[in-house]
Design a protein around this ligand. Sequence first.
Ligand code: RTP
Ligand code: MG
Length: 156
Amino acid sequence: ARKVGSRKEKTLALIKPDAVPKMGSIIEAIIVSGFTITKAKMVLLSRAEAMDFYSEHQSKSFFHDLITFMTSGPIVAMEVIGDDAVSSWRKLLGPTNCSVARSESPESIRARFGTDGTKNAAHGSDSITSAARELEFFFPSSGGRGPKNTAKFSQS
Ligand code: RTP
Ligand code: MG
C-alpha cells in the first residue's frame, strides 16, 4: 500500500562503470527496496554525450575526471518507478563520497559497491525536473535516438 502523502515518481538510475561488474547485486537491491525497473539499457557514452549529460557541473574542479570516469566503460541506465522515487533512490544510494557513505549509511549502495568520491557506483536524479531531463536523455520519447552508443564494447 502506498504511504499517505507519498507519490509515484519516475527517476533515472545509472550504474556507473566501476560498478557494472556488480550490476546483479545492485539491481537486486533496487528491487528488494520496492522500486520497479521499467526501462533499462547498457550504453557506452562518448565524451560529448557525457559532457552534455553532466553540463550542470562543467565549471566544477572534478568535471574532467568525472567525464573521463563516466566514459571509461559501459554504464547501465534505468527508469525506476516508486513512491517518492527521486528522493528515495538517492537515499538508497547514500552520500556522494563512498568513504562518508561507509561511515554514515553502511547499507547504502555507495557504501557497499562504490570506491571513492568519484567512482561511486551509481547515480540518481536530484529533482523531478532533472529526472524528466535525464530520462529523456537516455530514453527519448520521440524523434531523438538517445546516446548513439557507437563505441565498441571491449571484447577480450
Ligand atoms: P550523482 O549526480 O552522480 O547522482 O551524484 P551526486 O548528486 O551525489 O553528486 P554531484 O555533486 O551531482 O556530482 C556528480 C558526480 O561527480 C563526481 N564527483 N567527484 N572528486 C570529487 O570531488 C567529486 N565530486 C563529485 C561523482 O561521481 C558524483 O557522483
Ligand atoms: Mg548529482
